[in-house]
Design a protein around this ligand. Structure first.
Ligand SMILES: NC(=O)c1ccc[n+]([C@@H]2O[C@H](COP(=O)([O-])OP(=O)(O)OC[C@H]3O[C@@H](n4cnc5c(N)ncnc54)[C@H](OP(=O)(O)O)[C@@H]3O)[C@@H](O)[C@H]2O)c1
Length: 393
């Protein structure tokens, strides 16, 4: 019997026992709620692990949903109602997985609404919850400090308290941030570095960080913080500086934008690739004991370096003129000024330099970043050129 015949034989054998397996599934699979106990249900709904992602429509949520689906999870996502379409980053998952598929379901809810959280947790009964939802923009948090505190801070309390009330043995991931370190006291920053947040966003994340630890220590919950340094991708929000740079350059080449306006070019950040960071989130929830981890690349670059890498990637020849607020970048081919400083983008309190030390994640989780900064810039620039429908200069 050759390999093809062998395969055919195996498939026919499986075909013979399939009805028997199906009847076993119907007989023995039951759910946790008394009203649903011993209800017939399919293997895919009960055997696969279930995850709930808040912030599934965001950059990280969309990559995490993809990652968990490939791991065989049934993925539930909390989405908030918006008057504009907010599912662009996960739309393709509906095309791959039918809308009624039991392994991908969205539920309307909001981190401001405890009842919606209880309802969704009760329906989804997740083994793992990834709390990625937040008002996640540092600059905007200075304009909406109260709202940022309510969603990014208290929203985490609502979710943890809903889990505790229902009593599910769920593992909980909190999206903590390198903005906790703010005016960093030591460099590089690791899990033991003291916090010094410098924005309403950083303060709200600090509250959520401590609350997650508190629920772990008070109630024995498997609740962990991933302290993630900046991570970017073509799905990054358009008003975050890296994406703003790559999208604006593409739009300038397409003739849709004259100039890119930026704030502090000397701010130094540790930028990684979001797709790699979501895997680290999952790894944290697979540990035997709950613990907090930093994820970072360990390399820092200024906004200026990112900008110049992006201009080079788009093949725009440039020269710098002026200093401070008068500084500008000129396209030497066209003579046009294409980048200017706008002090409007300076923050009331700046975070000048963050760089992470992820050695604990490397040794305990086996996690490490693979994409270099020039590679990341190339991925983002390529995607935005495609989006704008233009070629490199
Ligand atoms: N990306 C980074 O570099 C980084 C670094 C450290 C930590 N973090 C944190 O990691 C998480 C994910 O980051 P991200 O870059 O993916 O952020 P993002 O793209 O801004 O996504 C934020 C998500 O939260 C949702 N959301 C906002 N307010 C909500 C509310 N009231 N109720 C329910 N959902 C709400 C948004 O929904 P809409 O789509 O409807 O707006 C979106 O899905 C965030 O908590 C962020 O603060 C990010």
């Amino acid at each position: 019997m050759n390999a093809v015949e062998n395969l055919g034989y195996s498939l026919r054998s499986i075909g013979k026992i399939r009805p028997w397996i199906a009847s076993l599934k119907t007989l023995f699979i039951h759910t946790d709620f008394p009203s649903q106990r011993f209800q017939p249900c399919t293997m895919s709904m009960t055997m696969s692990r279930r995850a709930l992602i808040t912030g599934i429509t965001g950059q990280d949520g969309s990559y995490l949903a993809e990652f968990l689906l490939t791991k065989g999870y049934a993925v539930h996502g909390l989405v908030r109602r918006a008057s504009t379409f907010n599912r662009g980053r996960i739309e393709h998952l509906f095309k791959d997985v039918s809308r009624d598929a039991p392994n991908f379901q969205l539920h309307y809810g909001d981190l401001a609404d405890s009842n919606s959280l209880i309802r969704i947790l009760t329906i989804a009964k997740p083994d793992e919850v990834y709390n990625l939802a937040a008002q996640s923009h540092v600059g905007v948090s200075f304009d909406t400090p109260e709202y940022t505190g309510d969603i990014t801070g208290i929203g985490t309390t609502r979710l943890l308290e809903a889990l505790r009330t229902i009593g599910l043995p769920t593992r909980f991931y909190q999206a903590s941030s390198s903005e906790l370190y703010g005016k960093a006291l030591t460099t590089p920053q690791n899990e033991d570095t003291p916090f010094y947040p410098r924005s309403p966003y950083g303060c709200a994340k600090a509250y959520a960080y401590y609350l997650t630890r508190n629920y772990r220590e008070s109630y024995g919950m498997f609740a962990v913080n991933g302290i993630l340094f900046n991570h970017e991708s073509p799905r990054r929000g358009e008003n975050f500086v890296t994406r703003k740079i790559t999208l604006s350059i593409a739009n300038i080449l397409a003739g849709r934008q004259e100039c890119l306006y930026l704030g502090n070019l000397e701010a130094k950040r540790d930028w990684g690739y979001a797709k790699e960071f979501v895997e680290g989130m999952w790894m944290m929830l697979q540990q035997p004991v709950p613990d907090d981890f930093v994820l970072a690349t360990g390399r820092a670059a200024t906004v200026r370096e990112f900008l110049e890498l992006a201009l080079t990637e788009a093949r725009i020849p440039f020269e710098r003129t002026g200093i401070g607020k008068e500084e500008a970048y000129r396209d030497t081919r066209t003579g046009k000024v294409i980048v200017k400083i706008d002090p409007h983008y300076y923050r009331p309190a700046e975070v000048d330099f963050l760089v992470g030390d992820a050695s604990k994640a490397r040794s305990k989780l086996g996690w490490q970043p693979k994409t270099s900064l020039p590679e990341l810039v190339a991925i983002m620039m390529e995607a935005d050129l495609k989006l704008a429908g233009v070629q490199k200069a």
